[in-house]
Ligand binder design. Structure first.
Ligand SMILES: Nc1ncnc2c1ncn2[C@@H]1O[C@H](COP(=O)(O)OP(=O)(O)O)[C@@H](O)[C@H]1O
Ligand SMILES: [Mg+2]
Length: 477
């Protein structure tokens, strides 16, 4: 597309054209109205003047006959700036007046006529137009009285000329303005388009230019930039995840494969094969769990779990988790304390929240187990607390184990992160990531604190308002 074509196609230019046409129509209407009215006014003036003169002259005729009329007309004709007069015989012979020639047939009609005429004292060829009234007097004489309409035509001309000129000025200014505005806008749109293309070509860190005027183009650019920020951070997260997945799934898969190979090479008896197969199944199950956790995190982060939101009692869910883990906890040497006096209503996905709580309990059992779990060892306390706290609901799992040093707490929540001291225990490093993702999905947060000794992990969720209130659900879907 040529530059001019592009310019003509802009909304700004089209709008200018529309306004131009509207304005021009308005101007035509206004000037036309003026011109016609001015003309009518002048015509009215002429007819009134002439009517008065005619009735005056008719009176003279009535009183003194044709002789008197001729005398009066003769005197009036000689006055400077006088009207046009002609008294003629029934055959059209001029008796008195200041008109030397008329359009043929003018005297034949009566009433108002527009005609070309020449004054007696005017040189040959200088014809003018006049509006005249012809009347027939008793006895067949003709009386013509009229006035020149030159003035009327001049006023009309002045107005129409002014109209034409102003129209030309309007069109020139309008088109010029349209071009100017469109070019300015086009330049900015072009800059944005150009930048957008480099961004699309792969430079995701680029941002659209913002002029700083705060106009609509700026606002659009700012919003697109905010969107790009979000896309960039999502892309970065996505890349991190896929890198991590590739890295962290490769290790167990390789281990799996090596174990199978070793079994093939060295196993002799059925027992040995069985053992190899069993450990393969275990390893695969761990892998499947990792995949499940990853999928769950991805879904929670994409806000997908938000579709199954409902009000439920988190305290009851906490008691359920307590019951579920009680046998394992006791077997590992814990004294499990569940303090969850209900109700603590939250609006959310019960399955995800229970899973998050289970992850925390699972961690506590795994990492805070007393060193010797013999019958005489002192049991370590593991607390599950749930309840409302102001306009929040808190779900806490606290143990008395080694805890997480403060500097590692933010790191431990990241995907696939397992702290150095935990490498010997099974796990994928996704447990806390899921808890955090679930908390965020519900507009809440996961807080890791020192339990002196041990770890105190708390999920803080917004408390559901009274039925019908959507204070918490707003913006979730
Ligand atoms: N209760 C806890 N006590 C001490 N360390 C913990 C506790 N919970 C989590 N951690 C540390 O945080 C890391 C991340 O936990 P998580 O995301 O659940 O992964 P995983 O349990 O699979 O290792 C763990 O590897 C561990 O080092
Ligand atoms: Mg874990």
């Amino acid at each position: 597309m040529t530059a001019l074509g592009k310019l003509l196609r802009t909304t700004a230019f089209r709008l200018t054209l529309v306004y131009l046409v509207l304005f021009a129509l308005y101007a035509v209407f206004l000037l036309g109205f003026f011109a016609l009215n001015a003309r009518r006014l002048v015509t009215e003036q002429i007819t009134t003047t002439v009517d008065t003169e005619v009735s005056g002259l008719a009176q003279q005729y009535e009183q003194g006959g044709i002789r008197r009329l001729v005398q009066v007309v003769d005197i009036r004709s000689r006055r400077p700036g006088s009207s046009l007069y002609l008294v003629a015989t029934p055959t059209g012979q001029g008796l008195a007046g200041n008109v030397s020639s008329l359009e043929p047939g003018t005297l034949g009609q009566t009433g108002w006529v527009e005609t070309a005429y020449r004054r007696l004292d005017a040189p040959e060829g200088s014809e003018h137009h006049a509006l005249v009234r012809v009347s027939e007097l008793p006895g067949g004489f003709h009386l013509l009285v009229g006035r020149d309409v030159e003035e009327r035509e001049r006023i009309y001309d002045i107005i129409t000329t002014a109209g034409r000129w102003s129209m030309a000025v309007v069109v020139v200014l309008g088109l010029g303005g349209g071009f100017f505005v469109s070019r300015r806008i086009l330049r900015r749109v072009d800059a944005i388009t150009e930048k957008a293309q480099t961004i699309m070509a792969g430079n995701l860190s680029g941002r659209l230019p913002v002029a700083g005027t705060g106009d609509e183009i700026d606002r659009l650019a700012l919003n697109v930039n905010a969107m790009l920020d979000r896309i960039e951070s999502l892309m970065r997260g996505f890349k991190e995840v896929s890198d991590n997945v590739a890295h962290d799934l490769k290790t167990p898969l390789t281990r799996l494969r090596n174990r199978c190979e070793a079994a093939l090479r060295s196993a002799r008896t059925e027992e040995e094969y069985r053992a190899a197969l069993n450990s393969t199944i275990e390893e695969s199950e761990q892998l499947i769990r990792t995949f499940d956790a990853l999928l769950m995190i991805a879904r929670a982060e994409a806000g997908e779990g938000g579709r199954y939101m409902a009000d439920f009692d988190a305290a009851e869910a906490a008691r359920g988790i307590g019951e579920l883990y009680e046998p394992v906890a006791e077997q590992k040497g814990f004294r499990l304390v569940v303090e969850a006096p209900g109700p603590a209503i939250v609006r959310g996905n019960q399955e995800l929240i229970s899973q998050a709580l289970a992850n925390l309990v699972d961690n506590a059992i795994k990492y805070a187990a007393p060193a010797s779990s013999g019958a005489n060892a002192a049991p370590s306390t593991l607390q599950i607390l749930a309840g409302p706290d102001g306009d929040h609901v808190v779900l806490t799992v606290a143990d008395a184990g080694p805890g997480i040093p403060e500097r590692d707490r933010a790191h431990a929540v990241e995907r696939f992160v397992r702290l150095e001291q935990s490498r010997s225990l099974p796990g994928s490093g996704l447990g806390l990531s899921l808890v955090s993702a679930v908390a965020h999905l519900h507009h809440g947060e996961l807080r890791l604190e020192d339990n002196g000794p041990g770890l105190k992990a708390t999920i803080i969720l917004p408390r559901a308002g009274p039925p019908g209130s959507d204070a918490i659900t707003s913006g979730m879907d």
